[in-house]
Design a protein around this ligand. Structure first.
Ligand SMILES: Cc1cc2nc3c(=O)[nH]c(=O)nc-3n(C[C@H](O)[C@H](O)[C@H](O)COP(=O)(O)OP(=O)(O)OC[C@H]3O[C@@H](n4cnc5c(N)ncnc54)[C@H](O)[C@@H]3O)c2cc1C
Length: 420
């Protein structure tokens, strides 16, 4: 497994003290930065590092003594380039399907249908490399590069918080691909768009880019503060999964070193609800994600097939797969041919009906978000949690009330007092 070395961590700590926003960040502004690391990778002077800001999001910080203002960091910013046709010439009409890994163990240990691991296994079997997100020290996710199927387990499962892609990792991927190795990269659409932008065409030819249908990433600091609050210290946790499939496909599971287990449906866990249901801790740009529509930045897009027709539904999770390029389509066909995947063809209308992040959906920014993140930044997780609960309950009730009204209007429910 390749990760940033200990010396680079020491340098990173020293660098943290120099927190000048990179020229790209100064130009687009903090609210539009997605923390993908592309600018850091593009900097020819290696003057840009990604550092965690007080709210818990990665932001590019520049060492001004090295920066020569070439502005390549801005040129390679995927947010700035979003909507341009850059590098998307190979995009076709996507093949869309519901898919499940035929390996039961893999299906159970993955977030959705286990398609990512099947793609990764195939690449690794052919002596290629795979880059994905693994848990790091202190329950901090970061992307790592693996070349052995033995390391694949660490990449499995969604971590619903920002994952750091070290600039050196992007550079390694580009170098390896240029030298002819096949490299599969899996990440959020902004990370994939960033890598796509910094990779020259000769490298891109050997890369398989897999982007996720992404709801958005919540603050890493809020997650850490929650773990410290809930378990006394996050160091007490031995294993953690956002998608343990014991109770339902959406079960959050933490096992403490003492053996105690915390199992909660995601919708009932206070942090997950605040972060992913009410969007209180979401990164600002995620509300208007510029990559959440078609065409997708990846050769293949993976997501949960929410709203899958009941007759296809698998209790342990359904994957939605969009293969948008000839390379992506060939790989999915290969997996089906080897019987590693079971697929049922679908279409954009069915797939996008319940998945806003294929239709360019925009979420409203909750009024309490700024206050909640401020409290998180000042280390007051409990106050953030408490101050959000009452309005959240109000929101929940009023949303429930409005939904019921709507249902009645549609004629699905009998009006109160009326007999049918
Ligand atoms: C932050 C986030 C939000 C998501 N939101 C949605 C959504 O709203 N709707 C939807 O349909 N699907 C969403 N997904 C995707 C979904 O949860 C599954 O990851 C996807 O369906 C692939 O599942 P799988 O079973 O094939 O493989 P899995 O084994 O579950 O996939 C694992 C791979 O996902 C990638 N990954 C995991 N965590 C991160 C991370 N923090 N940053 C970057 N890459 C990561 C890694 O490369 C990892 O190796 C989201 C995923 C993430 C990470």
């Amino acid at each position: 497994m390749t990760e940033p070395s200990a010396t680079s961590d020491v340098k990173n700590r020293a660098f943290r003290q120099v927190t000048h926003p990179a020229p790209s960040l100064a130009h687009i502004g903090d609210d539009l930065c997605c923390g993908c690391s592309a600018c850091s990778c593009a900097c020819p002077k290696t003057a840009i590092r990604m550092v965690l800001n007080s709210e818990g999001f990665y932001r590019p910080s520049v060492d001004e003594s090295l920066c020569n203002n070439c502005m390549l960091c801005l040129k390679f910013c995927p947010v700035r380039a979003a909507g341009e046709d850059e590098g998307r010439g190979d995009m076709d009409e996507p093949d869309i399907c519901a898919a499940w890994s035929t390996d039961r163990e893999n299906h159970l240990s993955s977030s959705s249908g286990g398609v990512f691991s099947e793609l990764a296994k195939t690449v690794l079997e052919k002596k290629g490399l795979v880059c994905g997100c693994a848990w790091g020290e202190g329950w901090t996710p970061r992307h790592v590069l693996i070349d052995s199927p033995d390391d694949l387990a660490s990449l499995k499962g969604s971590k619903y918080i920002p994952s750091l892609v070290h600039a050196r990792l992007f550079r390694d991927i580009v170098d390896l691909a240029k030298r002819g190795s096949t490299v599969l990269f899996c990440g959020t659409p902004c990370q994939v768009a960033g890598l796509r932008l910094v990779a020259p065409p000769e490298a891109r030819a050997n890369m398989i880019l897999v982007d996720l249908v992404c709801h958005g990433v919540p603050s890493l600091t809020s997650f850490h503060a929650y773990l410290d609050h809930r378990f006394g210290s996050r160091d007490r946790i031995e294993s953690f999964s956002f998608r343990n499939k014991e109770l339902s496909v959406q079960t959050l599971c933490a096992v403490e070193r003492s053996g105690a287990r915390y199992l909660k449906n995601c919708g009932e866990d206070p942090w997950f609800r605040a972060a992913m249901v009410y969007h209180l801790y979401l990164q600002k740009i995620c509300f208007t994600c510029p990559f959440g529509s078609m065409p997708r930045p990846g050769d293949i897009t993976l997501g949960d097939f929410w709203g899958i027709p009941e007759i296809w539904h698998h209790q342990k999770g359904d994957s939605l797969v969009l293969a948008s390029t000839p390379k992506g389509k060939a790989l999915i066909r290969e997996l089906v041919g080897r019987r590693s995947l079971r697929v049922i063809p679908s279409d954009y209308t069915t797939a996008s009906k319940h998945i806003g992040r294929l239709r360019g959906a925009v979420y409203p920014v909750p009024r309490l978000r700024a206050r909640a993140l401020k409290l998180i930044a000042s280390g007051e997780y409990l106050r953030a949690d408490v101050c959000c609960r009452v309005p959240m309950r109000f929101y929940e009730r009023s949303a429930g009330f409005l939904n019921r009204r709507l249902e009645r209007l549609k004629g699905f429910l009998p009006a109160r007092g009326r007999t049918v």
